[in-house]
Ligand binder design. Structure first.
Ligand SMILES: [Zn+2]
Length: 309
């Protein structure tokens, strides 16, 4: 029998739920407004109602929950998130598992998206099945910069479960202050919000469009963002030596224009002692990556699944 999971992706604005099969296909899906101000109990109740509307819960083997961090996958707890105002130490995994009487896991949404791209993204791109998948890093360029790394087929977590925060890699020492308090983070230069903040009444999309049509000021801001992304890619290369670095999130809609600019800076900055460079590519699953990834993770978690207590 085909194994099915529920992939639940809790975002600051919307929560998405999908029935996911073991190939990463979405068999059914829905979404609703998250409303963090109503509290975690209310959100857990709403997840349950939507889950029952989507599928016979008896046919669901496991539930994967993706959420913005910082959080602990091990403990199933969201510590505190700028995107979920007022939530402190919420044991969301057990809350949902108990209500649906199914085992569950909790994963950082950026890690989940990376895992989704790693397993299902290649397939979506038409790559040959069964091809050896090398280590991969995903940079999600949105309001902030989320990121995840897959090393040896596993999510890279670190001792305190905060590895792979590439958005907070310092790319300009002493540079602009980031929302996290550090100065010179990648996120302070290359996120959509950082790019838009340099202009009045322009979105990152507008800035890219202006740069494309030859506007000098917009062009400089885009060049700076791409150069910072390229610095990050060189550093990631030396830290992990991955096969691929993917760009996802809203800003990746700039597509080949973005990719060509980052590649140009990457080629100018990288070392020349060995040609072990990662391929720089666009992500393929769009906004579904987190939901698919966390659903796949739930199906593969085995002993790590928790029934809730
Ligand atoms: Zn930062």
């Amino acid at each position: 029998m085909m194994s099915l999971s529920l992939g639940v992706d809790i975002g600051g604005t919307d929560t998405k739920i999908g029935v996911i099969d073991d190939q990463g296909a979405i068999l059914a899906q829905t979404r609703f407004a998250t409303r963090p101000d109503r509290g975690a109990e209310s959100l857990a109740d709403e997840i349950v109602v939507n889950a029952h509307n989507l599928s016979e819960i008896d046919g669901i083997a496991a539930i994967g929950i993706g959420a913005p961090g910082p959080l602990s996958s091990k403990d199933g707890v969201i510590f505190k998130s700028p995107n979920l105002a007022g939530w402190v130490n919420v044991p969301i995994r057990d809350m949902v598992a108990r209500r649906l009487d199914r085992p569950a896991i909790l994963e950082n949404d950026a890690n989940a998206a990376a895992y989704g791209e790693y397993v299902a993204g290649q397939r979506a791109g038409g790559d040959v099945d069964g091809v050896q998948r090398g280590d991969m890093v995903l940079l999600t360029l949105g309001t902030g910069i989320g990121s995840g790394a897959i090393v040896g087929g596993e999510i890279l977590r670190g001792c305190h479960e905060n590895a792979s925060e590439w958005g907070h890699m310092i790319v300009v020492p002493g540079g602009r202050t980031c929302g996290c308090g550090q100065r010179g983070c990648l996120e302070a230069y290359a996120s959509a919000a950082a790019i838009a903040s340099r202009f009045e009444k322009m979105s990152a999309k507008d800035v890219f469009a202006a740069a494309r049509s030859g506007d000098g000021v917009a062009g400089e801001v885009v060049e700076e963002a791409c150069r910072c992304l390229a610095i990050a890619c060189v550093n990631i290369q030396h830290a992990l030596n991955p096969d691929r670095i993917l760009f996802g999130g809203g800003m990746s809609a700039a597509g080949d224009f973005l990719l060509a600019c980052v590649r140009r800076h990457f080629d100018a900055l990288r070392w020349n002692v060995h040609d072990d460079f990662p391929a720089l590519e666009l992500a393929r699953l769009g906004n579904d990556a987190g939901m698919i990834g966390v659903g796949l993770l739930a199906l593969q978690s085995g002993d790590d699944l928790v029934w809730g207590s």
